[in-house]
Design a binder for this molecule. Structure first.
Ligand SMILES: [Zn+2]
Length: 279
C-alpha cells in the first residue's frame, strides 16, 4: 500500500477499522458473543451493543489489538514505520505516542514474526549451512569459540528461504538436530570443512564440502548465499549496539523475515503474520 493511501485510511477510525476487519485483524461481529442475538448496534467509542441482553463490547474484543491503547489509525501507521525500519523511539515521536506504547507494539510485531517462522515448511533441494557469531566485544578472539558472542546457525535453500536460530553451541549433535528438523532428507547440503558437519551423510543428507581457500574455483560448491545473509543481518544489527542476549532471538527472526520477503510487499506480509496470530 502506498503511504498516501495509508495516510487517508489512518485519518479515519471507521475506515481503519473496516480495513483491519477486511484483513482479519479485527473480528466482524454479526452476533452478540454473549446471547447470540443478531440485534446489534454501535454506541459511543464505536463499541458494539446488544439490544437483547444490553451488553456492550469493544470492536477489538478477542483480537491482538484488545490490550493496546492507541487509535486504529495509529496502529496502521506504526506498522508502516516498523516496515520501514524506523526505530520505536523515532516512531513514537512521529506518531505523538508514548515511547512505551510503541516499544510494546514493535515487540508484539516481533513476537508474531518469531511465532510464524516456526510454522514454515522444511527446506529442500540445494542447501547451504553455516554458523556465525553475533554480538559481544568488537575486538578480541574471532571465529569459532569466541568468548561472549552468540552462536547462530543458518540454513539457506538456494533460490528459497533462510532459517536462522540462536544455538547453545556449535557441537555436531546441536547442528545435526537443527538440520534434521529444518531440512528434508535427501537434500544436497553444502558446508565448509567444520567437523560438526561430518555426520550429515549418516542422517540421509547428501553432503558437499568447500575449502575456504578455493571457494569460487569448484563450480557450484560455495556457500555465498548464507554468507550474504550474515552480512545483511550484521549490518542491520549495528544500529542496536548493546542489544541484550535476551532480545536478540526476536531481532534475528525479524531479519530472517525481512530477508525472506525482501522482494515482496512487506506491509502486506506483516498484516498476514499478525492475522495468523489471531487464532
Ligand atoms: Zn446479547
Amino acid at each position: 500500500m502506498k503511504l498516501s493511501e495509508l495516510a487517508a485510511l489512518a485519518a479515519d477510525e471507521q475506515k481503519a477499522e473496516a480495513f483491519l476487519q477486511s484483513r482479519g485483524l479485527l473480528p466482524r461481529f454479526t452476533h452478540c458473543p454473549y446471547c447470540k442475538s443478531e440485534h446489534l448496534g454501535r454506541v459511543r467509542r464505536r463499541f458494539y451493543k446488544c439490544y437483547r441482553c444490553r451488553r456492550e463490547w469493544s470492536p477489538r474484543k478477542g483480537s491482538l489489538l484488545e490490550g493496546l491503547r492507541l487509535p486504529l489509525g495509529k496502529f496502521l501507521l506504526a506498522l508502516k514505520l516498523f516496515e520501514l525500519e524506523v526505530s520505536a523511539r523515532r516512531a513514537a515521536r512521529e506518531l505523538g505516542l508514548a515511547y512505551n506504547t510503541v516499544h510494546r507494539l514493535f515487540l508484539l510485531f516481533r513476537e508474531r514474526i518469531y511465532q510464524s517462522s516456526s510454522q514454515e515448511a522444511q527446506l529442500s533441494g540445494e542447501i547451504e549451512m553455516d554458523e556465525s557469531y553475533f554480538g559481544g566485544r568488537r575486538r578480541g578472539r574471532r571465529g569459532r569459540g569466541a568468548v561472549g558472542k552468540l552462536p547462530v546457525f543458518g540454513i539457506l535453500e538456494r533460490g528459497g528461504k533462510v532459517k536462522v536460530e540462536v544455538v547453545p553451541d556449535v557441537r555436531a549433535e546441536t547442528l545435526l538436530r537443527e538440520a534434521i528438523r529444518k531440512v528434508r532428507r535427501g537434500s544436497l547440503i553444502y558446508t565448509d570443512r567444520f567437523r560438526s558437519y561430518d555426520g550429515l551423510v549418516c542422517y540421509g543428507f547428501r553432503h558437499e564440502r568447500i575449502d575456504h581457500g578455493q571457494r569460487f574455483a569448484n563450480g557450484k560448491v560455495y556457500i555465498n548465499g548464507i554468507e550474504g545473509f550474515w552480512s545483511y543481518a550484521k549490518e542491520r544489527l549495528l544500529k542496536y549496539h548493546g542489544l541484550s542476549a535476551l532480545w536478540f532471538p526476536l531481532y534475528l527472526k525479524e531479519l530472517e523475515f525481512r530477508y525472506n520477503h525482501r522482494k515482496e510487499d512487506l506491509f502486506e506480509k506483516l498484516l498476514e503474520v499478525l492475522k495468523g496470530g489471531m487464532n
